[in-house]
Design a protein around this ligand. Structure first.
Ligand code: ADP
Ligand code: GN1
Ligand code: MG
Length: 357
């Protein structure tokens, strides 16, 4: 078993921290970076081993994050505070790269939207985040993962992984593969809209999971939007959609009992109310009409990414067991199917909210 304190204390000490390191322990439920909580006798910090397989250009990534956080601070928003190394660098370069943030105290993250008011609040926060970024100069941003939400490209990646079948797993995921093949013609509306200009390209977060927002532990108001690795030009439909994918489900992303996995219209409505209250003045007619589809698309895309990773031998997302990605894929496809069946109702909900905000 890893002794995290022994292994990572020397790393933590390479940063400009206050106090003497007492412990280092794994923290949170992110799928990409190794996140560690560092406790000194004075303060707490988040230390992350950066995933250079997912984000190969650490320099560009940290430049983005510093530019975005400086900008957000200038707007008076609470945000991630990058702690430099003792030599004044934005991150620590080595065999593995590490970065450090101040720990944002008295906050909580939710893995499940158990409370609809909390979910509505997260919608408002991601909407406001989008508004703030509207005046951020996108030309200073690098595209940290090119074609991140280009769903047709994700589909081609899936086909390549299926064709290769390097781990002899295709036979273990036939129903999921068939589901995807049957839906392959539904995947390009946003990519096409961005291409022909009918869907506006904006600076977006691109990874708007509920656990990427820190809520005040007492008031339950949103304090900070975190996980800024994927802030880059994209569509607001991705941001809205990804939040619904993760948060409007009645079960965890890796629930094995699919009978517990339901797409909740109540939660959809709560999030849409919060989000639209923030973006009502900038959202276009077309974006508004595509919000339910955005949720469906992000959900099927995410399921497809989990399935691709399963076929590739679990190289991208952190997994706890061999079938973890397949289990995650199943919840996503179950949700996507329900969302598709509910397009009329969700469209109606969106229009009603828009009339009243
Ligand atoms: P990943 O990219 O792997 O998802 P995140 O940056 O989202 O990593 O961090 C994982 C989790 O760690 C978050 O969901 C949150 O719970 C916690 N976390 C990250 N940064 C901070 C911070 N500055 N203060 C408090 N908690 C944090
Ligand atoms: C990853 O980093 P994290 O855990 O917040 C992934 C998202 C997926 C999500 C699925 C950079 O998000 O795109 O939707 O897992 N982030 C990256 O839970 O690939
Ligand atoms: Mg995260």
């Amino acid at each position: 078993m890893t002794d995290y304190t022994k292994t990572y204390k020397p790393v933590a000490e390479q940063f400009k921290i206050e106090g003497a390191v007492q412990s280092v322990a794994p923290y949170g439920e992110g799928h990409i970076n190794l996140t560690l909580l560092v406790t000194t006798d004075k303060k707490r910090y988040i230390l992350q081993k950066m995933n250079t397989r997912v984000f190969p250009d650490s320099d560009a990534l940290m430049k983005n994050i510093c530019a975005v956080t400086e900008y957000l601070k200038g707007c008076g928003a609470e945000t991630l505070d990058v702690i430099p190394t003792i030599t004044g660098e934005k991150y620590l370069r080595g065999e593995d790269n590490f970065r450090m943030y101040a720990f944002i105290e008295n906050t909580v993250t939710y893995q499940l939207a158990t409370d609809k008011d909390v979910f509505e609040e997260s919608g408002r926060a991601f909407g406001q985040f989008q508004n703030l970024l509207a005046s951020f100069d996108a030309s200073v941003l690098s595209e940290t993962i090119p074609q991140f939400h280009d769903t047709p490209k994700r589909y081609r990646d899936f086909c390549a992984a299926l064709e290769k079948d390097g781990f002899d797993r295709a036979k273990l995921c036939r129903p999921e593969t068939e589901f995807l093949l049957a839906h392959k013609d539904t995947l390009s509306k946003i990519a096409d809209g961005l291409k022909d200009g009918s869907v506006p390209l904006r600076v977006t977060h691109n990874d708007t999971k509920l656990n990427n927002i820190l809520m005040d532990a007492e008031t339950h108001k949103a304090r900070a939007v975190i996980d800024l690795d994927t802030v880059m030009p994209g569509s607001m439909l991705y941001d809205f959609g990804d939040s619904i994918r993760f948060g409007a489900s009645t079960a965890a992303e890796d629930e094995t009992d699919l009978s517990k996995v339901h797409f909740s219209l109540t939660l959809f409505e709560a999030y849409a109310r919060g989000y639209l209250s923030a973006v009502k003045d900038s959202i276009t007619e077309k974006e508004l009409a595509l919000l339910p589809y955005g949720a469906y698309l992000m959900t099927i895309e995410c399921g497809m990414r989990f399935l691709t990773d399963y076929l590739l031998g679990n190289v991208y997302f952190a997994t706890k067991y061999e079938e973890h990605n397949l289990v995650r894929c199943r919840t996503q496809f179950a949700l996507a199917k329900q969302m598709e069946e509910r397009f009329e109702e969700t469209g109606e909900i969106v229009r009603n909210i828009m009339h009243n905000v």
